[in-house]
Design a protein around this ligand. Structure first.
Ligand code: EPZ
Length: 420
């Protein structure tokens, strides 16, 4: 397993470009199963999760061409309706194929996605929504089997504004007969981006980005070319890194309007975010203040930025509280930050952070994608050498991370580790 070796504690300066969103690209790839025509997603990098989703779509009978600049998926005649466990277990987002394959073929069999480091991550909202559209759902032997002669539009009220359930059900509803109204739907920009792709494919969707989404079913969808939305979590990660290392990093290609919760939290901490010739920059007047954060569904503070924010608070002036309300186990980066000298105590889903003046390098271990990002940030801010192990998690959702960090002056190298 490869690891990063980081020599931190030095100011970073320069510009980073933000890639297309991993969490928009994955459902968009699944959406291509809804049509017999080709769907092209521009600017999607070769995230490991994208390559995994490509394998799943090929297994379902789609042709997937991955080039440097784009991804083309053509499910002209998918012969298979089953996504097997050995593929689904490596990436939960594989579950997004359930709705589209069911809507296109009238049946779908997808392995139950396991939980992961950050929580149990049930799929009850996905299944409730598809059942409301008239699907017969059978769960057995670790698989979900959904069948329906014809899906029918329905009124669906989600118990929780689940991003994945909103996306899965929205995709299926596009080919249902009649109107579907989803209430308490997720409002994330990635949901909006998926709706925009589906509309380009001929779907009739209104309200995406609000809590109530209305879909008028159509008989068939066509192909499309779609520029996937920039990754707000990658952007937020680099913005926090900039504050940590002297405010010298310009973040190009991000959507500032997708970062409002982060911007206001930074403002509370005494850090102004601004735009300078089209790139996002932050200004540091001395040490930033401690500022509480509570993760919420969008437009609240993103759970995927909670770990990164905690690094900032670990070096802030004063004490702060971070509350994680979206996932039940998303503090696994905390003991690793404590190894670097952070002063953090956990009580249930609440972390109390007392700012310290410096962190010191040490070996740390990554548990999940965003915890890994936080540990890289902490290593770059810490004095001395930090070795970050199990960085395969990072390959899933950060594109060319080493190149981008070196591009702003980071001393970081990837050291191949012994095979697992
Ligand atoms: C998406 O996961 C993202 N992944 C996650 O990003 C992100 O953290 C999450 O949304 C929340 O923003 C992708 O888009 C591929 P949810 P998803 O369904 O859809 C509960 C990353 O690091 N829930 O909104 O799985 C669930 O347990 C990843 O890029 C149910 O109870 O998230 C959780 O507590 C990590 N029943 C909460 O809702 C369900 O049927 C939010 O989950 C579904 C979810």
């Amino acid at each position: 397993m490869d690891r990063f070796v980081i020599r931190g504690g030095r100011p970073l300066r320069g510009e980073v470009g933000i890639a297309a969103s991993k969490n928009a690209a994955l459902p968009a790839m699944a959406a291509a199963m809804l049509t017999a025509e080709a769907v092209r997603l521009d600017g999607v990098p070769g995230y490991k999760d994208v390559r995994t989703m490509a394998r799943i779509l090929r297994h379902l009978g789609a042709r997937v061409d991955e080039t440097e600049a784009s991804l083309e998926i053509h499910a002209a005649d998918p012969g298979n309706h089953e996504a097997p466990y050995d593929l689904v277990r490596t990436m939960r987002a594989s579950f997004f194929v359930l709705g589209p394959v069911l809507a296109r073929l009238g049946r779908a069999r997808v392995a139950f996605p396991g939980g992961c480091a950050i929580g149990v991550r049930p799929v009850d909202e996905h299944l409730k929504g598809l059942a409301a559209l008239g699907a017969t759902i059978v769960v057995s032997e670790g698989y979900v089997e959904a069948t329906a002669d014809r899906l029918r539009g329905a009124a669906i009220a989600f118990g929780t504004p689940s991003v994945g359930a909103t996306e899965n059900v929205m995709m299926a509803a596009c080919l249902a007969e009649g109107t579907t109204v989803m209430s308490n739907a997720a409002r994330e920009p990635e949901v909006v981006d998926l709706a925009e792709l589906l509309i380009r494919m001929g779907a009739r969707i209104t309200g995406a980005g609000t809590g109530t989404v209305t879909i008028e079913g159509v008989k068939a969808l066509g192909g499309a070319t779609h520029p996937t939305v920039p990754d707000r979590i990658e952007a937020g990660t680099f913005i926090v890194l900039s504050v940590l290392t002297g405010c010298g990093i310009a973040v190009r290609g991000a959507r500032r309007d997708h970062l409002q919760a982060l911007e206001s939290a930074l403002r509370q901490a005494g850090v102004a975010m601004d735009e300078r010739d089209g790139a996002l920059v932050v200004s540091c007047e001395g040490r930033w203040r401690a500022s509480d954060a509570v993760t919420q569904p969008y437009p609240g503070f993103a759970t995927d930025l909670q770990a990164q924010w905690m690094v900032l608070m670990a070096l802030a002036n004063g004490s702060s509280v971070v509350r994680e309300t979206v996932f039940e186990n998303r503090f696994q980066h905390v003991p690793e930050l404590v190894r670097l000298g952070a002063d953090i105590a956990i009580r249930g889903n609440t972390a109390v952070i007392r700012g310290v003046s410096r962190l010191s390098g040490a070996p740390v271990m990554v548990s999940d994608l965003r915890a890994g990002a936080a540990l890289v940030l902490a290593g770059l801010a810490a004095a001395g050498t930090t070795e970050v192990q199990r960085i395969y998690h990072l390959d899933r959702g950060y594109d060319r991370l080493i190149e981008k960090l070196r591009g702003v002056g980071a001393e970081i190298e990837r050291v191949p580790g012994p095979p697992v």
